[in-house]
Design a protein around this ligand. Sequence first.
Ligand code: DX5
Ligand code: ZN
Length: 222
Amino acid sequence: MDLSPSILAADLTDLKSSLQELEGKVEYLHMDIMDGHFVPTLSFGELYTRLLKQHTGIPLDVHLMVSQPEKEVPKYFELEPANITFHVEATDFSVRLAREIRKQGIQAGVSLNPATSLSSLDYLLDEIDLVLIMSVEPGFYGQSFIQSSLEKIERLRELIGDRDITIEVDGGIDASNIGRIMEAGARRIVAGSACFKGGDIAGNVSRLREAAAVSLDSKHAS
Ligand code: DX5
Ligand code: ZN
């Protein structure tokens, strides 16, 4: 399992110490970029992301919740993130955008809101490296997991077949449901509140990993 803590849920006034705690413990840092238009909230953009990068070696997982992502995507190229993920609902030019991202040697991801059908991926699967399934409506951290996401993840896994595409899931994930989400086919897990709540980041991260491992072990044993 790859874990990608959502920085949005961290104490943004004391990020350096949060980053130090995460170093060596997680595979990615999930950057929730919000424009106050595609989603109701404004968060941060490329300048803040650049500053943050100066304090960490953890690869960046950029999640753009913005309208017209074709205008925003190029701003992140110089930050050399692991991937740039945009929403299929926000653009009419998904294929072109995915190709532009890949041309930079960066993985291209597309994200689907909870009510967006998997059919929106029909002509995209050979153009992308990652699908981010939203298991809450985007815009806020701390919401509860939408159960129908589990079936969606399973169906996506079948659609992907043997293509090399990562399934990432984002929203409302904690120790109580992480196992089932992994079983359904997720390989990368975003966690905001579950990573940062109470300030015990190291403890929170290991609890999430233990919960995922226990659930997967019991599946193999049965
Ligand atoms: C929602 C964001 C998520 C969110 C996750 O708009 O895309 O990444 O911060 O936070 P939790 O895990 O608390 O739902
Ligand atoms: Zn996100």
